[in-house]
Design a protein. Structure first.
Ligand code: FES
Length: 56
């Protein structure tokens, strides 16, 4: 599912970023561009990032 419409980032892409070594929302953001435009996706994207980190 698309989390970030502006940058075309899916929940899968966020998990992939964490699997690839990202350890914070800031790192996921820098790698994927998620949340860097309008910012409306930030709350959901942060939640998915945290969940992915905990489940690593
Ligand atoms: Fe993610 Fe706009 S929906 S920055």
């Amino acid at each position: 599912m698309y989390v970030c419409i502006c940058k075309g980032v899916t929940d899968h892409r966020i998990r992939e970023s964490v699997e690839g070594g990202a350890r914070s929302w800031r790192e996921v953001q820098a790698e994927t561009g998620c949340g860097t435009q309008c910012g409306k996706c930030a709350c959901t994207a942060k939640h998915i990032t945290r969940e992915a980190i905990v489940n690593e």
